[in-house]
Design a protein around this ligand. Sequence first.
Ligand SMILES: C[S@@+](CC[C@H](N)C(=O)[O-])C[C@H]1O[C@@H](n2cnc3c(N)ncnc32)[C@H](O)[C@@H]1O
Length: 511
Amino acid sequence: MIRRRFFILTARNLYSISWQIITDPDLVALVRRAYSQGVVMDTWMHGEWQAEITREAQRRLEDMATGLASQVSDAQTTWPIYPLSTLYLAHLFQAVLTSMALFTVHRQSDTNQVTESYVEQALATLTQFASEESWGLHAVVRVFHVIWSFEDLNALRYFRRLPRAEFLSGVSHRPWVQELLADQLSLYLRMGVVKESLTGKGEMLRLTPRGHHVLAEIERVLEESGELAWRANQQRWDVFRTMDYDTVFNVVGPDSEQATRDFLDHLPIKPGMQVLEVGAGTGRVCVDLGLCERVLPGGQVVAVEPSAAMGAHLQDKCERRAISNVQIVKARAEDLPFADQQFDLTMAVAVLHFTDVDAAVKEMARVTKPGGRVAALVPPPNMEVREIPMVALWLRPLSELAEEFGLSFGERNGLPPGRLENAFHQASLQDVTRWPVPVTVTAEDYRAFFTFFVKGAAFFQHTLARLPYHERVHLLQNLEKRGEQIASQTQPAEKRHIYYGEAIWGRVPLP
Ligand SMILES: C[S@@+](CC[C@H](N)C(=O)[O-])C[C@H]1O[C@@H](n2cnc3c(N)ncnc32)[C@H](O)[C@@H]1O
């Protein structure tokens, strides 16, 4: 066991400790392991951080956090480790456990109500994660200390200067914290990454050149580990979870219904078939467009959907229409809970661009019978919403921000051209064929467009994910207002554009 090293913490060695932690070659993989195992932090949320925590759950959270913090403080620790106070560690564990519990609540029940059982579940996940890490609980501290530092330093870079009191309360960049950010600030000041100065407006904080350097390194870690993209995905998830999907989808894509029907007509769907629809959402395809009827008599559609809200909507539709041949399964495309070679046909509409496409197509191929087809319809590869003239004008502030952040891809969405076909080949599918599917996208109803493409479908999520919390909220509010004004100044022809989605299929080889 490595013994705890006592040493005098000068600003210089404090800085070198933090630099070693941030540049540790394993940090990228560690961050990835954490979020992919459900050890997640609250920074991704839109407004859902206002958890409703029952009194028992709150008490349990506090006890757990104190217990974990003292385990970390008491442990014979390896060096280098930040000299963080037990109180700071308790806050950190409490924040992590609350986020994890809330994250599970969202996915399992679509409410904000954190009860004791969710808190216990969070503790079990966190303990399991720590038990597999050579750093043990310190691994958790490392990951979240880095993520918190990103939030703090990024806010200072974004605002250039922040009043000390505003920073300490976290009001504009971490409104979910319940305690003052005094421990963090003292650390940043001692490390020389933040500088304090007295101005006519009171005490102000700003990043030092060293602070910019540290932030760039942290940003690299979060970028390479996929954490920033992961947050962007969570924001998208939250929007899709709460919007009236069916209405919005048909308003922004008035001919997408026909395009999907044409796609279904193309597929060899026959009565009696077992069809798997991956990412079935609210049942637009399997119920509204009649997929489940096409397999009658005798056939069944298994509808896989990871979002509880979407799944509940679909369940409700099936009940209202007395449909009995749709079975809903809560799962993800990348990890399908089915035996090999179970389905005659496996398909996904407007889903695969949200997934780890190689893993998803491989799974879809695995569960399909030899000779059966795997088929997908995806939005236009590298779709650029600014091809709609009104949208280019309207969203200019967002485009400029993306550019400022060096995110030239800010307005592109969908898979890169050829990516899906490649995944089909990787999954050893045969006779892979793809064909273009024209779809009109319109911003005539600017509110629907805004909900779907800006807040939801991820065109700007990478840019939005880099904004301090309140900036994100304000920017979205201002953009929505701007939409009304621009809409009134533009002609209908400037509000729409025809894009080309992509349909594809492949056949599972016969033995
Ligand atoms: C744009 S909607 C499409 C829904 C439906 N297929 C349709 O055409 O209306 C995307 C759906 O994919 C689901 N989804 C997102 N990530 C997924 C994943 N990894 N595996 C399976 N489905 C996923 C979302 O929950 C959402 O219901």
